[in-house]
Design a protein around this ligand. Structure first.
Ligand code: GLN
Length: 240
């Protein structure tokens, strides 16, 4: 039997890792393993040599302003390679502070700070924290999660990941949540996102498999526990 192998690059895990974001990497790993897909997770740390040749997906977690300001320096060294990867249709998943860093600017420690500028969106400071559980509708399914941010992100014409059903999302004003460009996703949803939303987790795996092996179908898994947990969350938020 041919073993399919994918590689994920976890960017700055020591800096950007709020609210259990690493659980997203574990969820990807387990859902690959349950299907006999080998997922190798490599880490990119500050100052590491940039070699993304074999990377199928990138993950960047969240961080507060102080961690963001450290990470963004090194991110400038990976910008061109990351941009190439995104344009090639590779997967990029960025959460909250990591998501903000991919835009033009964000609210840094002592004021506005330059982001990586990989995408045209920008983040302004809000007057108070956007915190609580959130439900978002994408084109195909509902996402559930938890958000906690002070930044308000404006997409500047980019496509959102979904529409806010309950919660704040990008800015608490326009009902958009996150961003989606090709197979790059930015989102404010922690939770962590992927264990709570197996459909999104599988979508990411399926994209990476299609890119690498041109395989379209993923073996079904028993998601009854996840479905039950999601129903509970949706019900508690008055959505079911
Ligand atoms: N510092 C950012 C904000 O509060 C990001 C926080 C986070 O990643 N949770 O907007």
């Amino acid at each position: 039997m041919r073993i399919m192998k994918l590689t994920m690059c976890h960017l700055y895990p020591e800096l950007l890792n709020l609210y259990g974001d690493t659980g997203n990497v574990l969820a990807l790993f387990k859902r690959c393993q349950w299907r006999n897909i080998q997922l190798d997770v490599i880490e990119h740390h500050m100052g590491d040599k940039v070699d993304f040749k074999d990377v199928d997906m990138f993950f960047v977690g969240a961080g507060a302003a102080s961690e963001q300001s450290i990470a963004v320096h090194d991110m400038k060294n990976i910008k061109a390679n990351l941009k190439d990867a995104v344009e090639q249709g590779k997967v990029l998943l960025a959460i909250c502070g990591g998501y903000q860093l991919l835009g033009q600017y964000y609210q840094g420690k002592g004021g506005t700070a330059d982001g990586l500028g990989l995408f045209d969106f920008y983040t302004e400071p809000a007057d108070s924290h956007f915190v609580g559980n959130i439900v978002v509708k994408t084109e195909d399914y509902y996402l559930v999660g938890f958000e906690n941010h002070i930044g308000k992100t404006y997409l500047n014409g980019l496509k959102p990941l979904g529409q806010v059903i309950s919660g704040f999302g990008n800015n608490g004003e326009d009902k958009t949540e996150g961003v989606r460009y090709k197979n790059a996703i930015g989102t404010y949803l922690h939770g962590p996102l992927l264990p709570k939303n197996p459909k999104l987790c599988d979508e990411i795996i399926a994209i990476a498999l299609k890119n690498k092996y041109n395989i379209a179908n993923l073996e079904e898994l028993d998601d009854s526990l996840e479905i039950k947990a999601r129903e509970h969350i949706l019900k508690s938020m008055g959505q079911k």
